[in-house]
Design a binder for this molecule. Structure first.
Ligand SMILES: Cc1cc2nc3c(=O)[nH]c(=O)nc-3n(C[C@H](O)[C@H](O)[C@H](O)COP(=O)(O)OP(=O)(O)OC[C@H]3O[C@@H](n4cnc5c(N)ncnc54)[C@H](O)[C@@H]3O)c2cc1C
Length: 195
């Protein structure tokens, strides 16, 4: 890798695009390695329904849905039933994600131009109670433009970062191995694929 690369991101799905564009917004030089060709930019999110998990949103309140951070966390814990030592980090991630979904998530995406259908759906409905499986209230906020509408701001920011020389995509580059030194990942090894 050239010395100018601060961070390598593996995969140009939604997670990779969000990570890469947050990093380039902070001035880092990023290289994204993606095993598929450029037509696959955005990964699964392109084909998705674009239903986003928000907690206590204006759309829910307008529909008379009473949601809260505590209820969403209870729903998640009731569904996941974290009870093993190795559940520590998944539990911490769930707590952080509920904080995000009840906090800055909607405003952050709204500021990038994303908008949602006024009717909130009730996906992963489960057993209708906060101690059982699933969402006990509707939380599925479908994005205008569905999956491509979710990707649009991140693809736009990625293209801007490419134009500024902060971001480079390498398609048809498959990562096969993480290089670990002294307990830290310092690079990757992989294969250039041919079409
Ligand atoms: C039809 C459908 C509908 C959906 N609807 C919704 C919905 O409404 N709401 C919702 O929240 N979720 C939905 N989802 C799920 C959601 O789309 C995914 O969870 C999300 O897009 C995953 O993003 P990701 O970046 O983590 O993974 P991916 O999109 O899978 O991206 C991973 C990328 O990494 C690349 N990659 C993998 N391994 C390597 C490697 N070794 N080297 C280089 N590149 C590699 C892959 O080629 C891929 O491009 C839906 C999914 C589908 C398929």
């Amino acid at each position: 890798m050239p010395d100018s690369t601060d961070v390598i991101v593996v995969g140009a799905g939604l997670a990779g695009l969000v990570a890469a564009t947050e990093l380039t917004n902070a001035g880092r030089h990023v290289r994204v390695l993606e095993q598929e060709p450029e037509q696959n930019l955005g990964g699964q999110a392109f084909w998705s329904f674009g239903g986003l998990f928000f907690v206590d949103s204006p759309e829910q309140r307008r529909m008379g849905v009473h949601d809260s951070h505590a209820l969403a966390l209870a729903d998640w814990m009731g569904t996941a039933a974290f009870d093993r030592p190795e559940d520590h980090w998944p539990r911490r991630w769930a707590e952080a994600y509920v904080d995000f979904a009840a906090g800055e998530k909607r405003a952050w995406l709204h500021a990038m131009g994303m908008r949602w259908f006024p009717v909130v759906g009730w996906a992963e409905r489960g057993g209708y109670g906060a101690i059982g499986h699933g969402n006990s209230v509707p939380r599925f906020h479908v994005t205008w433009g569905t999956g491509p509408g979710v990707l649009e701001p991140f693809v736009r920011r990625a293209r801007e970062a490419v134009a500024k020389g902060l971001l480079r995509f390498d398609f048809r580059h498959r990562v096969d191995e993480l290089i670990v030194e002294n307990g830290a990942v310092v690079g990757v090894r992989g294969t250039r694929l041919v079409d």
